[in-house]
Write a protein that binds this ligand. Structure first.
Ligand SMILES: Cc1cc2nc3c(=O)[nH]c(=O)nc-3n(C[C@H](O)[C@H](O)[C@H](O)COP(=O)(O)OP(=O)(O)OC[C@H]3O[C@@H](n4cnc5c(N)ncnc54)[C@H](O)[C@@H]3O)c2cc1C
Length: 464
């Protein structure tokens, strides 16, 4: 009987499993965390979020908002869980991380065709029966025992690359001195649920900002391991790396004050350290954009110099981790299966996407493509003008130059071939319009009953 085996019960593996189960294909999912942890996970739950609790923007004309809508239209479990467990975070879809992974796990384990096996998979079988497929969704922290098997699937033409990804600290709400900070969302764009604003902002004057930059720059950092290189993902740079680029970099990046007015002065501060609630009860806050490789005692020393954080208590210190991905355009076909082994698919961050939702999207595609392979149908690829299609295009076809992990962004989507100049915002709106139009056609071609698409982002919830 047909069966799909999935290695890795993170975001991509869970999403791929759900897609297969929804189409009546039994799934065996192998997850190692009951036996051994990765350096970033804390539980053995499926679909654990390892760092931020945000699935990014819900706005209608944002790429991240559109991606979630495309996935939702295809029955994504990750997006369903995201909306079911959301916590207020302005225009972003942030979730209560525990409720989120419990939701995904409960839905999967309740399915009669789902089997979970707790083990480290060290090898992908060579002779796979014709009615079975395998999906590798082992993520950025793939257990090293699988590396050799993966490399052999790459026919010797693969490169496994490592670089650092960085985690921001999470602190206890109780330990914050609220007299020295204020709740607000940038330009007051909150959802209304927290009338006082979704972010807790610590304002810094020029002297305080300069002191913080100096403290971070001269703090002791965690050493690198010999097998790791210092390649960082641009969108997730540690603060100390940003500071190396200039003392003002943070003030124009994660600490930018624009649109935030300190009620004590009615003015924008010089700089702002933003904290975002990690859970519904607002008992935990993460330091937005403050990924750091400072040693833990140094984090305590440096941040507690700020009046609001004088007694700061860390639930989780910031840290820096390895990322593993394959040079996918060289080793995968357009449906995410290996050129050397068409019954083996790759899914998630290891394909060379970056981010929770993007990784889940690659799980969704791999799950559906594997089902098509087993049921004899050819897989209809999402249009390249859609966000899912653009991401798929990127990881299977690549771009000129070195292949690097990528978030979804407008740059991946085909340009509009405009005859006249147009403002950026209008261009992007048109790109989103085109994506919505083409994706709606795609859904019609899939001809699956029950699929609906509003393309509306969160703001489209009202439109469904
Ligand atoms: C330190 C760090 C911080 C990050 N921060 C963010 C962030 O803030 N926002 C964001 O959007 N993205 C972030 N990412 C990226 C994030 O990991 C991915 O976006 C997402 O979790 C990847 O999903 P995935 O399913 O591909 O991998 P994962 O979610 O990591 O799932 C892979 C699973 O495979 C299991 N596994 C690995 N090897 C084996 C094996 N041999 N046998 C069995 N099981 C195995 C692992 O235990 C894990 O459960 C971060 C990544 C790291 C490493």
């Amino acid at each position: 009987m047909a069966r799909i085996h999935i290695i890795g019960g993170g975001l991509a593996g869970s999403e791929a499993a759900w897609q297969a189960l929804a189409q009546g294909i039994p799934v065996t999912l192998y997850e190692m965390r009951g036996q051994t942890m990765t350096p970033a996970h804390n539980t053995s739950r499926l679909a654990e979020l390892v760092c931020s609790n945000s699935l990014k923007s819900m706005q209608r004309d944002s790429v991240a908002g559109l991606l979630k809508e495309e996935m939702r239209a295809l029955g994504s479990l990750v997006v369903e869980a995201g909306y079911a467990t959301r916590v207020p975070a302005g225009q972003a879809l942030a979730v209560d991380r525990e409720l989120f992974s419990s939701y995904v796990e409960a839905k999967l384990t309740a399915h009669p065709l789902f089997t979970r096996v707790e083990s480290v998979v060290e090898e992908i079988p060579r002779d796979i029966p014709s009615d079975e497929c395998w999906i590798v969704a082992t993520g950025p922290l793939t257990h090293e025992s699988l590396a050799e098997s993966l490399l052999s699937l790459c026919g010797g033409d693969a490169r496994q690359l490592y670089f650092y990804d960085a985690i921001a600290p999470i602190i206890s709400a109780d330990s914050i001195d609220y007299q020295h900070c204020f709740f607000a969302s940038r330009y007051d764009k909150d959802q209304g649920e927290n009338l006082d604003g979704d972010y807790l902002n610590i304002p810094l004057n020029k002297e305080e900002y300069e002191q913080l930059i100096t403290d971070i720059a001269y703090s002791e950092k965690s050493p690198l391991h010999a097998f790791e290189s210092t390649k960082y993902f641009e969108a997730c740079l540690p603060v100390e790396v940003m500071i190396e680029r200039g003392r003002e970099t943070l003030r124009f990046g994660p600490m930018k004050p624009v649109g935030l007015y300190d009620p004590k002065t009615n003015r924008e501060p010089w700089a702002v350290l933003q904290l975002r609630a990690e859970n519904k009860d607002r008992t935990m806050f993460s330091m937005v954009g403050f990924q750091t490789k400072m040693k833990w005692p140094e984090q305590k020393r440096v941040f507690s110099k700020l009046a609001a954080l004088r007694d700061v208590e860390f639930f989780r210190y910031g840290s820096v981790h390895r990322n593993t991905y394959l040079s996918s355009p060289k080793v995968l076909g357009e449906e995410l299966s290996f050129l050397t082994a068409p019954q083996v698919f790759l899914a998630g961050q290891i394909t060379g996407v970056e981010g929770y939702t993007e990784s889940s999207a690659m799980g969704l595609i791999a799950g559906r493509a594997a089902v098509s392979k087993l049921t004899g149908g050819s897989y209809l690829l999402p249009p390249p003008s859609s966000v899912m299609g653009a991401l798929l295009n990127y990881v299977t076809k690549g771009v000129a130059g070195e292949f690097q992990p990528m978030n979804c962004n407008f740059g991946l989507m085909p340009s509009l071939n405009l005859k006249k100049r147009m403002a950026k915002a209008e261009r992007r709106r048109l790109q989103c319009e085109r994506a919505r139009h083409d994706f709606a056609n795609y859904l019609n071609q899939l001809n699956s009953p029950g699929l609906t698409f509003t393309g509306g982002g969160d703001l489209g919830v009202n439109q469904t």
